[in-house]
Ligand binder design. Structure first.
Ligand code: AHR
Length: 696
């Protein structure tokens, strides 16, 4: 018998909650794809995150007005030098300055003009909130460069002479140039190398490796510098500095972040977004074709979160990322609706977009005899990737024109005709947007639902899937999160997430896939030269240039993904305690005046049939310890000792951060006295997973 508590001024005796795991009835099958990951370029997830290129604005297109992230290095005030963006397509620049494109992608370059050296002169890049310096580390530096000296701008007949007369500078660009990683004040050089520039007015690629010493102290207070002491006009493009990558793959991924994801054992990766798939305008949709091949061919694109994407993380890199973490790709294809609200009508106008999606799928799974399959082979991946799920668009409920019905059907019909094994996901869920759902054509097999809620709403709705009609379409919870805490979420959010996940897990015969969003956040705040790194509060994994950490919710998801059986164990409950949730503005709009009661204990159980392992997940959302009776029916014998993992904290606001990365992590212990009936007391503010062993 528990203590007393008071609801609405009526004192009642709190009975100890009892959970009965019933093995007498066959449980439904847990979806083998239940837990996955969702990603997009937001919060500097790729540039400044997983994609480890260290040079920010490497092709000088981030800002057409100034060379963002680049500065002039000039040690002697008597020297005369400057840097300037030269955009091939810019109007109002002298004719000669329009001729500096390397190709159609690399159309803007940076010119370093050295009229009088007086010591070293160079260009410096600040990186993504610093350049990470780590001991015994080799970085690959490269850039395109061409040099010249004074010039007389050639003019076409009738063209007015440029305002500035010709520069008169000796072309001394040929010779040694220094490439270094150094402190921001230039006083400490962490690694440096020399490149011998040849005399050339044509673009040439240069490469050098830079290695730090074993005793260097890790720091991100560093910059990348290319410097000279000779006069001339130095033109630069595609300046790159790559640290070691996961499995040393060229253009590969940041190792610590891959490890964190792989540790979660995700079954799929939903990419490329999210809003990032759609783009602000129809012309800004994820341009997968120009994200393929050599970096020289990638112009980058606008992105959806206020900064330009380098597209170093292109379609092939997404697919290789899936391989890195042993997950299946879940491809979102652009479906003709963008964030400004414009859409393309179903019918002939939409056909090119449908064809584009078919091309994209062909790149992923087509064989060598197909046009796009052959491109993938040429890009170094002969084997087709595995692909089962294709999502048509993203959050098309925002499309107030209700055009999704026609657009979805046109995409689905074409995709299924060519690839009958593929399953198309509708982005409009019946439960969330009943008035906008797809009604014509075949009923969608899978619907994507999105939920961003606070912890109260998660607790209140954690049982929503218990009531879903099993004859309806399967559910993919393609974005969800408890949004409390920033930049990464806190313990209370983890308690909301865990409760929500017990609901998905209990119903994982019907909720076949789920993925939290957003996954990543660069946690840097604004500096004098760079803006705050993130646009979306409440993210799962945080990092800066040097290190990374998981939020409490990360550890909840990692445990839930790792400790999951293949059969759902039916569980009945009695005396689940409740608490009143605060009234909200929506309550008042809906005329609700009495605080609804929400449970404080949440649970789910699954069993690994082959090994007899039972995973019992328990959540206590309150400040009080919570005893729970556990009954196990229908199992002949259970081992008396069980392993238990607990994630907990002292208060809901407790959190992990870049400076305190492991404040809240799972603690593993062995508990004794497990039997057909036993009692556990759950810690305050805790998520517990008990791994029981049935003896066959
Ligand atoms: O996860 C952040 C954004 O939330 C996604 O880009 C979008 O799909 C949703 O609205």
């Amino acid at each position: 018998m528990g203590g007393f508590f008071c609801i609405n001024m009526i004192s009642v005796v709190a009975q100890t909650p009892t959970l009965t795991l019933d093995f007498t009835k066959p449980g439904a099958t847990v979806s083998p794809m239940l837990y996955g990951l969702m990603t997009e370029e937001i919060n500097h997830s790729y540039d400044g995150g997983l994609y480890p290129e260290l040079i920010r604005n490497r092709i000088f297109k981030d800002n057409k007005n100034n060379p963002e992230a680049w500065t002039l290095v000039r040690n002697d005030s008597a020297s005369k030098a400057s840097i300037k963006l030269i955009a091939a397509a810019q109007e109002n620049v002298p004719f000669d300055e329009r001729r500096h494109a390397i190709n159609g992608a690399l159309t803007t370059c940076l010119r370093l003009t050295v009229e009088k050296p007086g010591g070293r002169i160079g260009i410096a890049n600040e990186g993504y909130w610093g350049i990470p310096v780590k001991p015994s580390t080799t970085y690959n530096a490269s850039f395109y460069m061409k040099g010249s000296g004074s010039f007389q701008p050639p003019r076409r007949q009738g063209q007015t002479p440029p305002a500035n007369p010709a520069l008169v500078i000796a072309d001394s660009t040929a010779g040694p140039i220094t490439v270094s990683i150094e402190s921001n004040d230039g006083k400490t050089v962490y690694a440096s190398g020399t490149i011998n520039l040849v005399k050339s007015i044509y673009w040439k690629k240069y490469e050098v490796t830079l290695t730090t010493a074993a005793d260097v102290k890790p720091t991100a207070d560093a910059r990348f510098v290319i410097s000279t002491n000779r006069t001339g006009l130095y033109y630069f493009n595609l300046v790159s500095l790559f640290p070691p990558t996961y499995n040393n793959r060229p253009n590969g991924n940041r190792p610590d972040l891959i490890k964190m994801m792989a540790d979660m054992k995700p079954k799929f990766l939903r990419f490329p977004g999210g809003n990032y798939l759609e783009g602000p305008l129809i012309t800004d949709a994820f341009p997968w074709k120009t994200t393929l091949g050599p970096l020289e061919n990638r112009p980058g694109h606008k992105g959806s979160w206020g900064y330009r994407a380098s597209d170093g993380m292109g379609l092939l890199e997404f697919l290789l990322w899936c391989e890195d973490i042993n997950a299946e790709p879940l491809l979102g294809v652009y479906a003709g609706y963008s964030l400004d609200g414009d859409h393309i009508d179903a019918g002939p106008l939409l056909k090119p977009y449908v064809d584009d999606a078919l091309d994209e799928i062909e790149y992923i799974i087509g064989d060598v005899n197909t046009y796009w399959g052959a491109k993938r082979v040429a890009d170094g991946h002969p084997a087709p990737f595995k692909l089962t799920y294709v999502e048509i668009g993203n959050e098309d409920w925002f499309d107030r024109s209700n055009s999704y019905d026609g657009r979805f059907n046109q995409f689905r019909t074409a995709i299924e005709a060519k690839y009958p094994h593929l399953k198309c996901i509708s982005t409009i869920a019946d439960a969330q947007y009943p008035n906008q759902k797809v009604t014509t054509g075949k009923k969608p097999e899978i619907l994507d639902e999105h939920y961003y809620r606070d912890a109260w709403a998660m607790w209140e709705n954690a049982n929503q899937y218990d009531k879903y009609d099993r004859n309806g379409p399967k559910i993919f919870v393609g974005e969800w999160a408890t949004r409390e805490g920033a930049p990464t979420t806190n313990l209370n959010a983890a308690l909301g997430d865990a409760a929500w996940m017990t609901g998905m897990e209990r119903n994982s015969d019907h909720i076949i896939m789920s993925c939290y969003a957003p996954l990543f956040v660069n946690v840097n705040t604004a500096t004098a030269t760079a803006p705050k790194a993130w646009q979306w509060d409440s993210d799962l994994i945080g990092y800066n240039a040097l290190s990374s950490y998981g939020s409490p919710a990360y550890y909840v998801q990692k445990l839930f993904g790792n400790l999951l059986g293949d059969k759902i164990v039916p569980v009945t409950s009695e005396n689940i305690p409740t608490q009143p949730r605060p009234l909200t503005r929506r309550d008042s709009t809906n005329g609700i005046k009495t605080a609804p009661l929400v449970p404080t204990v949440f649970y789910s159980a699954t069993q690994d049939e082959k090994y007899g392992m039972i995973y019992l997940k328990l959540v206590n959302t309150t400040a009080k310890k919570q005893p729970v009776n556990i009954n196990i029916n229908g199992i002949a014998k259970i081992l008396p000792a069980a392993e238990m993992y607990v994630i907990k904290g002292n208060k809901p606001e407790d959190t992990n951060s870049i400076t305190e990365p492991e404040k809240i992590v799972p603690v593993k212990s062995t508990i004794k006295g497990v039997a057909a009936k036993f009692k556990r007391t759950l810690d305050a503010y805790s998520v517990s997973i008990i791994q029981l062993q049935a003896v066959k």
